[in-house]
Write a protein that binds this ligand. Sequence first.
Ligand SMILES: [Zn+2]
Length: 474
Amino acid sequence: MSRFDLLIKNGTIIDGSGSKMFEGDVEVSDGRIAETGDLAGEDGATVIDATDRYVAPGFIDNHAHSDWTILVHPTGDSKVMQGVTTELGGLCGYAAAPIDRDEWWKLLYVRMTVGWSMHYSAAAYNTWPLPYGRQVDVDWSSLGEYLDRLEKTGVGLNYGMMFGHGAVRYYAMGLEARKAERRELDDMKEVARQAMEDGGFGMSAGLSGCPGCWADTDELVELCGVVEGYGGVYMPHMRNSYLRSSIEETIEIAERSGVRTCMSHTRLNAETRRLVDEARARGVDISFNMYTYPGSIAGNIVYMLPRWLSRRREEGFDWIVERLRDPEVRRRFVEEDYPQWRSIQASVPGKPPHRWGADELEPAWSRMQVQQVWTAGNRRYVGMTFSEIAESRGVDPWTAWFDMMVEEDGYLRWLNFRGTSYEDICTTRPSSSSSRCRTSPSSPTRPSSRPGASRPPRPTPGPTARSRWSWAST
Ligand SMILES: [Zn+2]
């Protein structure tokens, strides 16, 4: 009989500690790594020859949006097959928990659409087009109940949860476009406290979208104070992921609240990278993650739907899209709503509004590349910019955009190549271990205990949280 359950031979081992890769073997027993090194002569029940291959612990995806989909596809194949074994979910301000059990679908709607549509409120609950919520029987309200549900379902990944600032604000004051009153802020803090008690890893925020964009810096500092008390982490989707004012605000929140902070999908340049380095030198515990390509994705029409249109949600989403045929609606959108949207997106409440340069106020049509369409007739435009599409249709870019929105029933995806470049990415990428986000237990692939006991490795004063992962059940 073999000594080990699994022997992986002749691999190039990258052990995740930051040390150099080395040639060797890995032995696994009882689901845990028992030994690494030169294990010639050893045997295993299963032997894998990893010659010319890398062997690494599972990757941690610290920016997952699988809170709902993991319940529809519990094995998480799309992640597991890429080597991801641990996910942190609930990002960008809209976590699946805590939520209002009776009105959860509204929140999901907000998450899926209004979250990306700024302050312009929910479009049409009754024609909510995204499929996932419909496939999930929502039997939770608190974050703890959600984690119980994950465990009961049995998921293929280790899953940690953030709670969402947007969700908490929505709970306390709906989609109100104003500063929170004392009583409302206290309500939010109570929900935040409960979420941390329930095992949350911290708070995410979605400040470029509704309702997060209405929160001022003080509100976020107070909520981060709660998170800090539990040794949690603050992970904001900032008002704008590359504007100096947004980076400065995040540093201010980290500095005033003392919360450990990791900026989500940041697009830094040399100047803003310096701000982060200076803050770190002052002792601010701030880090960032970033994607390594210059395009960001933009989605459907509700991304920037004006409030005066979306208020008519009872009319339905189709009705709203249909209005986009009206020249007067188009004019108002271009001249009034779009500039207002751009301004709110970049401004910090309570501070002077951000002023974009004239060329920044217009959509960057030549850098907006259509990525996905639904109708066969428009398939030829995939990969083209709106400038090119406008030219081929013989219209101006706004007209091309409106026309295609109508043709695609409001769902048209494009990539936005504005705000960063490959050069910026190369010069500002997280290059040292100190710039990496630390939201994971020290050995995520080898839990020292079962659910309920694991938490981020940081001794802190304040209440004892039972931050926990939902561990893979297989
Ligand atoms: Zn985000």
